[in-house]
Each structure stands twice: as C-alpha cells, then as structure tokens.
Write a protein that binds this ligand. Structure first.
Ligand SMILES: [Zn+2]
Length: 333
C-alpha cells in the first residue's frame, strides 16, 4: 500500500487536518473547531481526535500513514517538540510536549513546528518558493507571522523563536500590540489593526462606503469589507489599504536589507486583497530598502492557500530525517 503522512494545522479558531502523500498532494481534508480556551486537556484531545480521524480515513484511500506532522501556534522549541506557550489555544497552555504525546498515543513518529513555518515549508517545497534558497514568507491574518529560509535551511534562532517580523516596531507611540510593545507592524496591519484604523476615521466623521457594507455597525468592519469598498472606489478604504501596504513595506524593507532574500511570499487571509496590497508592499520595499537588496527581491502571493500549512507540517518528517528523506527527494525530482 502507498505511504502517506498525517498533517494537522492548529489555529486559534479551527484545527485543519489531512493526509498528504510524498508528492505533496493533499489526499483528504478535515476541519473542526479548536474550542480554544476550554482547557489544555480539551484542546490537546481535539488535536488527537483530528489525528485519529485522518488515520481512520487512510484505509479507504488505500494509503498507510507513516508519521504525523503538526503545525502549532505560539512560542516553541520545535526541534524538541516542546510548545512553550500558545495563548490563542489556552492561557494555561505552557510547556506541553506535543510530539511525545502524539507518538505515545499513535505509535508513529511525530514532528511539529510553528504553524507559519509549516506554511513557509509547504510553499518552499511545492508552491511559490520552489527552488529558492533565501526566502521569507509572511502570513497576514489576525497576527502577522513569518517563516524564513536562509541558504535553503529554515531559520530558528538560538531559542527557536526567530523570525517574528510581525513585532518589528514601525511607530514609536503606536497602538498596543498583543506582545506588550507599542507600534508593532502587527498592531497596525493585523486584521484587528486594519479594521481599527478604518473605524477610527469613520467615528471621527469621515464618510465611507465601509459603514454601509458593515450594515451600519462599526464593530462589524473587517479587512474584507474595507477591501470591497476600496474596489468600489471608496477613498477612505483606498487610503487604509494603501497605508497597510505601506506599513508592511516599511517593516519588510528592514528585513530585506538584513536577509537579502530572493523572494518575499505573502500569504494568509488578508493577502486575499492581492495586488492592491502586494503592489503597495512591493512599491514601498523598492523605495525604502537599499538598492541592491530591493532590486533582487521579488514580492509574490502564496500559491497553496490553506493547504500550505498541511503540506509543510507533513514534510517536517522527511525534511528532518525522521522518515527516509529520499522518498521525498525522489518525488521532488
Ligand atoms: Zn508586537
């Protein structure tokens, strides 16, 4: 029987799961609510259930699961399988040995990484980053995360927490960020930050189609509605979108200067705004990064969507040598 890998991509809202083959194809997909904040044991139990559900599907698909890859949010030492904290899963989520528990329960080798690094690995192997050695992927959603590849290898930093480009300060006295600092790019360009900037202007009396699209409810303003209003030519929405691209570009220009990547891939829900946003990021990087680095870097959209997280989580096993990596390399040729 053909071999496959179980993949789980844990988010604050949903746990996505699937079966992935060694060609990077997603053979099955599942999704269930994370039920974040309902206790560590409950959330862990739901992750285990997701693994079990995928293993159950495998027989009907004619494949044998040979390992489990997990994308887990929060701070972690992923090479040790140790999740330090994941506040968006549960406030009490501290020092959890995720992979050891999965291995014990299912008798399969397990590997984990930060959810965004899994996205980056998926895009590097099978998506927009194929064949590129130095690249950065950023995901734009509620938060802003990143995965960085240097000389073909994933970058972790000394404590496993490197690459937090969402927490680059771009405004000295800017809004409070989830990390406790003020003026991080995440506080301005994470989904809540984007919505807040539009809301503040509308509350101050600026006329905008955004309010009508939100049914007259300021609290219902989302980046998606702002994008729709911008497409319809609404000046405030256009301004907020341009500002978002500009702030992101300022943060990324600094990173581009330091890393000198060939490629910057932009993914995540907010990246659904496509060229309206990515074009502005590109323009700002060209304007603000040093000429050599700015000329080299291409700024593109992610290609694999939500599958990137599943594919990357699965591929942690061959990439780290837990499963004969030749199987994957042969398939990549
Ligand atoms: Zn921050």
């Amino acid at each position: 029987m053909k071999e496959c890998l179980v993949a789980v991509d844990v988010g604050g809202t949903n746990i996505a799961s699937g079966l992935v083959d060694f060609q990077g194809n997603v053979l099955a997909r599942g999704k269930k609510p994370t039920c974040a904040g309902t206790g560590v044991q409950n959330v862990l139990g739901r992750i285990m259930d997701a693994v079990a559900a995928e293993i159950e599907k495998s027989q009907a698909l004619g494949c044998t699961p040979v390992g489990v890859g997990l994308g887990i949010p929060g701070l972690q030492d992923s090479l040790k399988g140790l999740s330090y904290s994941a506040a968006n899963l549960d406030p009490a989520w501290k020092q959890i040995k995720v992979t050891a528990q999965v291995e014990q329960r299912f008798g399969l080798p397990a590997e984990m990484d930060n959810d965004v690094r899994c996205h980056a690995l998926g895009e590097k192997l099978y998506g927009a980053g194929r064949g590129v050695e130095n690249l950065i992927l950023i995901t734009l959603g509620t938060g802003i995360g990143a995965g960085i590849f240097l000389n073909g290898k994933m970058f972790y930093g000394a404590g496993g927490c490197g690459g937090e480009v969402g927490h680059v300060t771009i405004m000295e006295d800017g809004p409070l960020c989830s990390c406790g600092n003020h003026g991080c790019v995440e506080a301005l360009c994470g989904a809540p930050g984007i919505s807040r900037r539009a809301r503040e202007e509308i509350a101050a009396g600026v006329q905008s189609k955004i309010l009508a699209l939100a049914g007259g409810d300021l609290n219902a303003v989302t980046p998606k509605l702002i994008y729709e209003a911008a497409l319809a030519g609404d000046p405030l929405a256009e301004k907020v979108m341009a500002q978002t691209g500009n702030y992101l570009g300022i943060a990324m220009a600094g990173v581009v200067n330091i890393i000198n990547p060939e490629l910057l891939i932009i993914g995540g829900g907010v990246a659904g705004a496509g060229e309206m946003l990515i074009g502005k990021v590109r323009e700002t990087i060209k304007k603000r990064a040093m000429a050599q680095q700015a000329a080299l870097v291409k700024v593109v959209s992610a290609e694999l969507g939500e599958d990137a997280g599943l594919i990357g989580a699965a591929m942690l096993l061959p990439v780290r040598g837990r499963i004969d990596s030749q199987r994957m390399e042969q398939n990549l040729r």
